[in-house]
Design a protein around this ligand. Structure first.
Ligand code: FES
Ligand code: FES
Length: 154
């Protein structure tokens, strides 16, 4: 068993694993951070997206070992029900989630986009979130919410 040390949502955490190839996603969920979802497990749907050192990252393809010593932000680290992150607030206001399975990954990707480009165009948002799949067809609302979160429209 190896203990991996990561900074998760601003807090130093230790995650024990006997498998050096264990995905970060499993490690996060094993310590109760269940907002990050397992979708495809193949890097193709974006449901497992988190920020690793501020970069959007598929946690199903990234190992805990590779994340040792790095900073990880999950949906839980962005805001709370009482004080949501502006992107979370916009998703609520625009009533984006249907089943909600893709929502965590969508929000993480949107936060990463706005950190790079505070005033994105709709095309920027489409390009940035094209790897985040939604089987419920919420994409139009997602674009509206990200535009609103960036202070454009909404
Ligand atoms: S679960 Fe990681 S990309 Fe689909
Ligand atoms: S809201 Fe259901 S998959 Fe996106």
């Amino acid at each position: 068993m190896t203990t991996y040390r990561l900074r998760i949502n601003g807090v130093e955490r230790a995650i024990d694993s006997s498998d050096p190839d264990q995905p970060l996603l499993y490690g996060l969920r094993s310590v109760g951070l269940t907002a990050t979802k397992f979708g495809c497990g193949l890097g193709q749907c974006g449901a497992c997206s988190v920020l690793v050192d501020r970069r959007p990252t598929r946690s199903c393809l990234t190992t805990i070992a590779d994340t040792q010593g790095k900073s990880v932000v999950t949906l839980e680290g962005l805001g709370s029900m009482a004080a949501p992150h502006p992107v979370q607030a916009a998703f609520i206001k625009e009533q984006v989630p249907q089943c909600g399975y893709c929502t965590s990954g969508m929000i993480i990707s949107a936060v990463a986009l706005l950190a790079e480009k505070p005033k994105p165009t709709e095309d920027d948002i489409r390009a940035s979130l094209e790897g985040n799949l939604c089987r419920c067809g919420t994409h139009v609302r997602v674009i509206r919410a990200v535009m609103a979160a960036s202070g454009q429209g909404g």
